[in-house]
Design a protein around this ligand. Structure first.
Ligand code: DGP
Length: 115
């Protein structure tokens, strides 16, 4: 737990979020500022600043986040039509919250290349 990390505070239930999925290692909650009809953030409960900060010790945890996103997409009924998963990393990647998160975006057609 990083004291000033907003997502660690959500994990600790110190600030509220609309939880979509939770297990021992992973938490998913609806984005405060949704960019698509479905916009959920999947995060490791353990603080990990970004993908760039990951090591081989995080391989299983990263897999858990992606599997949770896939399971959630199925549960939310968007798997068949498809969805976008995004991990913004660092300044050029557009990362604004420095606790690794997978965006799960669905419910509309997503363009390519992304902005
Ligand atoms: P990124 O730009 O990739 O770091 O995405 C951060 C996302 O986090 C952004 O889409 C808005 C969302 N967000 C920021 N603060 C909060 C919060 O307190 N609660 C929730 N549910 N989402 C948040």
């Amino acid at each position: 737990m990083e004291e000033h990390c907003i997502f660690c505070k959500i994990v600790a239930k110190k600030i509220p979020a609309k939880i979509a999925y939770e297990d021992e290692h992973v938490l998913a909650f609806h984005d405060l500022h949704p960019q698509s009809p479905v916009h959920v953030l999947v995060i490791p409960k353990e603080h990990l600043t970004s993908l760039a900060h990951s090591t081989d010790a995080h391989i299983e945890l990263l897999g858990r986040c992606l599997r949770a996103a896939a399971k959630l997409a199925a549960e939310l009924g968007v798997a068949e039509k498809g969805y976008r998963t995004v991990i913004n990393t660092g300044n050029d990647g557009g990362q604004s919250v420095h606790h690794l998160h997978v965006h799960l975006l669905a419910g509309r057609q997503h363009g390519w290349p992304p902005g």
